[in-house]
Design a binder for this molecule. Structure first.
Ligand SMILES: [Zn+2]
Length: 169
């Protein structure tokens, strides 16, 4: 069973005041005020990043709609549609800065595709192969029944599981 995927219209996020309060309440930043613009500003400042117009706009697109999984290309496309003047290189840099600051988590699929996840808590993913979509697995307590032996001197930092799904033929 695959959870419903958020398909919010990405065309006018800068004018969008219809942020779903339930989605925000389910977010992972309890100290935030609920005003995305204010929150993004706070997040950037707290992470030591100057809230430039571009970072603010990208942060708005990323964090203003609840949990999301975006590649740099997807965010770049959204920014372009929202008339945010930004280059793909800037999108990459910003995503990496936000990841280094702990505000995003990277999830790699196929070793080539990197998704940036606004949900930085421990969770696993379904990858829908047919439409290249990453979806949270709702059970955060999912564990492998048998973990491999870890080499001497090491401990498991995190287990990232991507369960690949394809449509039944
Ligand atoms: Zn996720």
């Amino acid at each position: 069973m695959v959870p419903e995927v958020d398909r919010t219209d990405p065309t006018s996020p800068l004018n969008d005041d219809g942020i779903d309060p339930a989605a925000r309440a389910a977010g992972h930043q309890p100290s935030l005020t609920g005003c995305p613009w204010h929150d993004v500003n706070e997040m950037l400042q707290a992470a030591g990043l100057r809230p430039t117009r571009q970072r603010m706009a990208l942060g708005w697109l990323l964090f203003g709609k609840g949990a999301r999984h975006l590649t740099a290309e997807m965010l770049y496309e959204e920014a372009t549609l929202a008339k945010v003047p930004v280059s793909l290189a800037t999108v990459y840099n910003t995503l990496n800065q936000l990841t280094d600051a702990g505000l995003l988590r990277q999830v790699s699929v196929d070793g080539t595709k990197t998704y940036f996840d606004t949900n930085v808590t421990a969770h696993h993913h379904f990858y829908l192969e047919n439409n290249h979509e990453l979806v949270d697995i709702p059970d955060p307590h999912l564990v492998l029944s048998k973990m491999p032996d870890v080499p001497e001197g090491y401990e498991i930092a995190r287990v990232d599981m991507v369960v690949r799904l394809r449509k039944k033929r």
